[in-house]
Design a protein around this ligand. Structure first.
Ligand SMILES: Nc1ncnc2c1ncn2[C@@H]1O[C@H](COP(=O)(O)OP(=O)(O)O)[C@@H](O)[C@H]1O
Ligand SMILES: [Mg+2]
Length: 258
């Protein structure tokens, strides 16, 4: 089931807790669900934050399937709840903090692209740098050529640019794909089972605009033909939903506003 060509698997990973893995995972999932892509979140974290968020979703919200990849305590077994529907087009894996060993290898092998949310602070940069060097920049991973996106998260309005982060990215020859501001909108989304792209547009314009480069990056890695077809299909389908037309059109226009 994992090797189906149309399934794009995005791993959200960073050994540092609180860096925004779950936040990025649920908002990416909600973005894809809003574009009517068949979307599944796979939660490897025993805390089950993504699956808890999923349980809060309203029944009429665009569907997102959940897969529980945690091992049962004291065993190597996993439950039937790990099942990923084969029709899934976008599979988002939410990794736990401090993941290592077999579980990490399994997630890395499945990933077609990797997203690393990173809080711009000296402590977080240090921890993430070690992980990137020891895990992602190994000869084996390099030979697989899996694209990696770095997302600065919880960026403070008073400090939009952070020189140590820029140095860090330059030294590893990595680029910043998106910059997400520290905002209550993410906290609200997590509490209510919603994603940025399902919230009141007026309240989430800045956050959507900042998130779009990441969504587009993942979409681009899914194969541009699938992404383009999906966008076209969505705009046609939403003609009978005036609110959604306005919302999605605004969303796409925001990409052009830098
Ligand atoms: N950009 C952001 N702005 C404000 N709060 C955020 C942002 N990103 C994450 N948070 C909050 O920070 C906490 C940790 O984020 P989370 O996504 O759970 O991190 P992780 O999964 O890496 O441990 C959560 O309470 C989340 O709502
Ligand atoms: Mg988490």
């Amino acid at each position: 089931m994992w090797t189906l060509k149309k399934m794009n698997t995005t791993l959200i990973v960073n050994p540092k807790g609180g860096s925004g893995k779950t936040t990025v995972a649920i908002n990416l999932a909600s973005y894809f669900a809003a574009t009517r892509a068949a979307t599944t979140i796979m939660d490897y974290d025993p805390q089950g934050s993504s699956l808890n968020w999923l349980a809060l979703r309203a029944p009429q919200a665009p569907p997102i399937r959940g897969a529980n990849a945690t091992r049962q305590k004291g065993t190597r077994l996993r439950s039937m709840a790990m099942y990923v529907p084969p029709e899934t087009e976008q599979l988002i894996i939410d990794a736990p903090a401090a993941c290592c060993g077999v579980a990490l290898q399994e997630m890395l092998e499945r990933a077609k692209c990797i997203v690393i949310p990173l809080v711009p602070s000296a402590i977080d940069i240090h921890a993430t740098g070690r992980f990137i060097k020891e895990v992602l920049l190994t000869a084996k991973m390099r030979s697989r050529n899996v694209p990696v996106a770095i997302v600065a998260n919880k960026v403070r309005r008073s400090m939009p640019a952070y020189r140590p982060l820029e140095h860090f990215l330059e030294s590893l020859e990595l680029e910043l794909t998106a910059r997400l501001i520290d905002s209550d909108v993410y906290v609200k989304a997590a509490e209510t089972g919603l994603g940025l792209f399902e919230m009141d547009l007026a309240l989430s314009v800045a956050e959507r605009k900042q998130f779009m480069p990441l969504a587009e990056w993942v979409e681009g890695n899914s194969g541009s033909a699938l992404g383009a077809r999906r966008a076209e299909h969505q705009l046609v389908r939403s003609l009978d939903e005036p609110g959604r037309v306005v919302e999605l059109t605004a969303l796409r226009q925001q990409r052009l506003v830098k």
